[in-house]
Every structure is written in structure tokens, then in C-alpha cells.
Design a binder for this molecule. Structure first.
Ligand SMILES: [Zn+2]
Length: 153
């Protein structure tokens, strides 16, 4: 699986969501295969990463090769009280690698710092078209001030 194929799968998965706060799609790759994928929830609260991590934890699908792919950079703080941010969930899950599409300026700096401190690699996908499409999917469903204006960072 290359990045392009993985993101095409994420874009198809995003079509299943009606998230009014900006559609995000995520999947876990283990042994070069997509093992679980989900878009963000229709309620605007459950993040795509929440759904993927819950499922892969339940099914024990994480190993050293696992990479979490997401169309938007994971959050380091939640607006919804009582819910763990995605960075905390990633750290606790044992996932060691993250690849994202669009940069999220609201979270980027702290997200990168916390993951790095936890020994987790995070990088933006290199293909600019995949980054722009990730931002477009988010922005077409999100309202100000959440809209991502500079997805390339
Ligand atoms: Zn999140």
C-alpha cells in the first residue's frame, strides 16, 4: 500500500460521514494492510481517530509496524468535555507512527511536541494533491472558525 492508495481509501471512507464540524477520515495500517478505517461521527463529536483506536484496541491489531493515517492532523485538545484528545489516545494505544494529510493549525505545534516526547513519529504526507483534497473534504463540511486555510503548513 502506498500513500496514494491509502488516502484514496480514506477519501472514500469520508463519504460515509455527515460530520457537521469537518469530516476527517482515519485508518490503521498494520503489516502494510488497512486493518480498520472510519470517518468522524455524524454527531460532530466522535473523531475518526477515536473510532479507529477503539476498534484496533479491542481487536488487538496494533504492532510495531502499525501506522495511523488521518486526513487531518490529530487533535491535542478536545472541545467536548470528558473526551480524551486524539494525541492522548494515540500515546496510550501503543501506535508508534502517524501520517496525516492537512495540517491543523489549531493543534499542530502541541500535537507534534507531545507525540515526539512520547517517541512517536509524525509526518505530513508528501503529495500536495492528497493534502489539498484532505483539506477540501474537511472544509466543505466545516464552518468558521474551524476551516483549514493553510493545509500545507
Ligand atoms: Zn481528535
Amino acid at each position: 500500500m502506498n500513500d496514494k492508495k491509502i488516502f484514496q481509501h480514506l477519501f472514500a471512507t469520508a463519504k460515509k460521514s455527515k460530520d457537521p464540524r469537518g469530516i476527517v477520515s482515519a485508518c490503521l495500517i498494520t503489516d502494510s494492510k488497512i486493518v480498520v478505517s472510519f470517518p468522524s461521527g455524524d454527531d460532530g463529536k466522535i473523531h475518526a481517530e477515536d473510532r479507529v483506536i477503539s476498534e484496533v484496541e479491542n481487536k488487538n491489531l496494533i504492532d510495531g509496524s502499525s501506522i495511523l493515517y488521518c486526513t487531518v492532523e490529530p487533535c491535542s485538545k478536545r472541545a467536548t468535555e470528558g473526551m480524551a484528545d486524539c494525541v492522548s489516545r494515540i500515546i496510550r494505544s501503543g501506535i508508534k507512527h502517524v501520517v496525516y494529510g492537512a495540517r491543523d493549525p489549531m493543534h499542530s505545534q502541541i500535537t507534534k511536541q507531545r507525540l515526539k516526547e512520547a517517541g512517536i513519529t509524525i509526518k505530513q504526507v508528501s503529495d500536495k494533491n492528497l493534502i489539498k483534497k484532505s483539506a477540501k473534504i474537511f472544509n466543505e463540511s466545516a464552518e468558521e472558525p474551524n476551516v483549514i486555510k493553510k493545509p500545507l503548513g
